[in-house]
Design a protein around this ligand. Structure first.
Ligand code: MG
Length: 294
């Protein structure tokens, strides 16, 4: 099942996507329930009934969880080729620990930087000159847990989405903690919607990213250094995971910093990320003062 959060007639709704018909059927939810996006459906059995489908062209998609309740968990350097390209870039404040990490590198992004499919990522030239893209599979947690085993980990995943872990490389390198470089306003495009976990085969899911039509990242989730069950087990060992938590699982090789010279994003660029079984997340980049967000 594909589930979108969207606006229509000034109201936030959550609905079931029918890609073939290009429609979305809103679930019968109160405005208060719909305010949390797809989180309104997590743990609900049976699901609320759906209302008459609306043409997708007539709604404005929002991020599936427009404002997560707490920071997004993220994994750094989680594909082999990317770990090497980043460690040799000169901007990796974790490089001393080796190119390929022995344990997952876990950092976070602030919930306020989440934006939707087609919303604009702001490049503030007075703050950063090295904005980069990172195509990633996002996991949405559905069931609370602490000390979750690898074997039971996927029972705690409700579904998946696409995340662009937009990063200011210069800020990431300047501060040993990555939070500032990763959490600039608008730096977390998420969407276009979420899919339930049965829609994705983690052993074989392609992940691609184009910048202005040029294919830059082309990988498969089978190439993850730390797979999704390992990530869930690592985080939850002593940190309770909660429904609605989002985990960005890391980006493959082909980010801008990996090119010589680096190919940073500039105003007018468009990043398009496709993950098989989910869809396409596309966002334009523009100067400060333009576009969406807070
Ligand atoms: Mg990342």
């Amino acid at each position: 099942m594909k589930v979108a959060t969207f606006r229509v007639g000034g109201e936030r709704r959550v609905g079931r996507i029918d890609e073939g018909r290009q429609t979305v059927a809103p679930f019968a939810l109160t405005a208060e329930e719909a305010a949390e996006g797809v989180l309104a459906l997590i743990g609900r059995e049976p699901l609320p009934r759906t209302l008459s489908p609306l043409p997708l062209a007539e709604v404005a998609l929002e991020a599936p969880i427009p404002r997560p309740r707490r920071n997004l968990f993220c994994v750094g350097k989680n594909y082999h080729e990317h770990a090497h390209e980043f460690a040799s870039s000169g901007f990796d404040s974790s490089a001393a620990a080796g190119a390929v990490p022995k344990h997952p590198i876990i950092f976070s992004k602030l919930p306020e930087c989440v934006i939707a499919h087609q919303e604009t990522v702001r490049i503030d030239a007075g703050i950063t000159e090295a904005v980069d893209y990172e195509a990633e599979l996002g996991v949405i947690i559905g069931r609370s847990g602490r000390g979750i085993s690898r074997e039971r980990a996927l029972d705690h995943a409700w579904g998946y989405t696409i995340i662009n872990d937009v990063t200011a490389r210069d800020l990431q390198g300047r501060y040993s903690q990555w939070l500032i470089g990763k959490s600039q306003d608008t730096f977390c495009p998420m969407g276009p919607w979420a899919v339930t976990r049965d829609e994705i085969d983690l052993a074989d899911t392609s992940i691609k990213c184009w910048i202005n039509g040029e294919l830059r990242q082309n990988a498969n989730t089978r190439d993850l250094i730390f797979d999704v069950p390992s990530i869930i087990a690592t985080i939850s060992a002593g940190v309770s995971l909660k429904p609605g938590d989002v985990i960005a699982t890391g980006t493959p090789a082909g980010v801008g910093i990996g090119f010589k010279p680096p190919k940073y994003l500039v105003c007018g660029d468009v990043a398009r990320i496709e993950i098989a079984g989910i869809g396409v997340l596309e966002n334009p980049f523009a100067g400060a003062g333009a576009g969406a967000g807070a």
